[in-house]
Design a protein around this ligand. Structure first.
Ligand SMILES: *Cc1c(COP(=O)(O)O)cnc(C)c1O
Length: 228
């Protein structure tokens, strides 16, 4: 192993220990949780190192970057960046999961694309606790309508919900509110129990509050030069 591989292996092992500990503390199983390594801004070589270490879920915020890396490294690829309608066709060519859908128009368009390509894409609907536009997401009271649309669509699979909480809420308030929205949602959509929440700074809290899909970048690969 070269030194970069050793560095990544050590960071990944440490994140894995923290995930398992948080799961046990919460009375949950590691097997209920999916770790998505967010590889945005990092080179394909780093993704290859992760793949060699057994990581199989990768997340990207930009379609061109995801497309390039997913052609080089096999795995399950996730898109979690802000969705632009004109990019949906590109995104759908490499991503199996999209975590950041927050518009009925995009759902309609994605369905058409999936139908043309004979693909099925899994959707996490993104919601927002405070309605601030920069993080994306609909208000919780709009989730039902979007979920009905996805659930009724044969080209799409409704995986669950995604949220990026506002920093100023603090972890417990933010994840408490997220968990409340999630449990109400699961009553209406019992087949869509996923909760994509938890990043480098808060994945242990997210696990305590019921997250199923953790999107962790910098704790595994180091801090990024820029944040797209
Ligand atoms: C960049 C990003 C992540 C990963 O962030 P880290 O803090 O590096 O773990 C997760 N989710 C989204 C939506 C992101 O943009």
């Amino acid at each position: 192993m070269n030194s970069r591989a050793q560095e990544i292996a050590a960071a990944l092992a440490s994140v894995e220990v923290r995930i398992t500990t948080a799961a046990v503390t919460a009375g949950r199983k590691r097997s209920e949780l999916t770790l998505i390594a967010v590889t945005k801004t990092y080179p394909a070589g780093d993704v290859q190192i992760l793949a060699d270490l057994g990581v199989s879920n990768f997340g990207e915020n930009r379609s061109d970057e995801g497309s390039e890396k997913s052609q080089l490294i096999a795995g399950t690829w996730h898109f979690q960046g802000q969705v632009q309608g004109r990019k949906l066709k590109d995104i759908a060519s490499w991503a199996t999961y999209i975590h950041s859908i927050d518009s009925g128009e995009h759902i309609t368009k994605l369905s058409r694309i999936c139908s043309e390509k004979g693909r099925k894409i899994s959707i996490f609907l993104q919601f927002s606790l405070d309605g601030a536009p920069e993080r994306g997401g609909v208000r919780a009271d709009q989730l039902g309508q979007l979920a009905d649309q996805v659930a009724a669509d044969p080209n799409l699979h409704l995986a669950g919900l995604m949220c990026v909480p506002p920093v100023e809420y603090g972890f417990d308030r933010a994840f408490g509110e997220i968990a409340k929205v999630h449990s109400a949602f699961k009553m209406g959509f019992p087949d869509a129990v996923g909760l994509s929440a938890g990043m480098s700074s808060d994945f242990e809290v997210a696990i305590a509050y019921g997250a199923t899909h953790l999107r962790v970048g910098s704790e595994i690969l180091g801090s990024r030069a820029y944040h797209p």
